[in-house]
Design a protein around this ligand. Structure first.
Ligand SMILES: O=C(O)CCC(=O)C(=O)O
Ligand SMILES: [Fe+2]
Length: 264
């Protein structure tokens, strides 16, 4: 059960807490490329194939998380602000970064993408889709921009007590990269309570299944934006995903969202 321990991380064993803390210390957030090489991408691909999501523990150091979250109150650096209740999206708000993105966000987006492109291509092949993704993020963005999807999609979300994010999909045009990343910037059990990241899976003609993804500060979750292939008795079929956040009971929760396609 999440929230049981003194720091809201009762579900983690002592060993796991130490491992995450060592990983945090070892990773400099100024060089996320180095961090990328420490990730077992084969394992990540396996998790994404079987569950539709994969965890990257301690992707960002606490100082990096705090620095990005603190940007929420700055005047500059964003292209728009969305108050979720006004659109029926939930309660809470988010801001889309403007180009040029903050260097850390830019580097993360650019460094993670090449590891996910082969997974995305395998998914498209299994789903019988013709479109494939280039190995380089700049090339994919060129494609988005040529199709009129020119607005940056990385975003910073902010939730207070009583806020939540309804189940949704981040689709912004015809060009959709099938995987995205969310990084929890706040400390569960310290900065906020409640506010779990939730992912649902809808198999054809079946009821939806929900999965809560326990995240600590700096942990990232990679997840399916829309559809993912699942092997059946007669080839692969498509499962539909949505994601959201359960109600924040107290405190303040910030997330960094990294979406790889741009918006129309
Ligand atoms: O706040 C969260 O954990 C979810 C954020 C989200 O919807 C996104 O990054 O697309
Ligand atoms: Fe989202």
């Amino acid at each position: 059960m999440k929230g049981a321990g003194p720091q809201g991380r009762g579900a983690l064993s002592c060993f796991e807490r130490k491992r995450r803390s060592a990983m945090r210390a070892a990773r400099s957030y100024l060089t996320p490329k180095m961090g990328m090489n420490k990730i077992n991408w084969m394992e990540v691909a396996g998790e994404l194939d079987t569950r539709g999501h994969a965890l990257l523990p301690a992707l960002l150091a606490p100082a990096a998380c705090d620095a990005i979250a603190a940007r929420y109150d700055e005047d500059r650096g964003f292209r728009s602000r969305v108050v979720m209740a006004r659109h029926g999206f939930g309660r809470g708000e988010y801001r889309y970064f403007a180009y040029p993105l903050p260097p850390l966000v830019e580097r993360l987006r650019t460094a993670i993408y090449p590891h996910l492109a082969p997974i995305a291509n395998a998914w498209h092949e299994r789903m019988g889709r013709d479109d494939r993704f280039p190995t380089d993020h700049a090339a994919f963005l060129d494609r988005c921009h040529a199709a009129g999807q020119t607005r940056p999609t990385p975003l910073l979300l902010q939730y207070g007590a009583g806020d939540y994010n309804c189940l949704h999909q981040d689709l912004y045009g015809d060009h959709v990269f099938p995987l995205q990343v969310a990084v929890l910037l706040s400390r569960p059990g310290e900065d906020f309570d409640g506010g779990d990241f939730v992912l649902t899976e809808q198999r054809p003609r079946m009821q939806s299944r929900a999965e809560v993804v326990p995240l600590g500060q700096g942990d990232a979750v990679i997840f399916a934006v829309n559809e993912r292939p699942v092997r059946g008795t007669r080839g692969h079929y498509r499962v539909k995903h949505r994601h959201g956040v359960s109600t924040v009971r107290s405190g303040r929760r910030h997330t960094l969202g990294i979406i790889f396609h741009d918006a129309a």
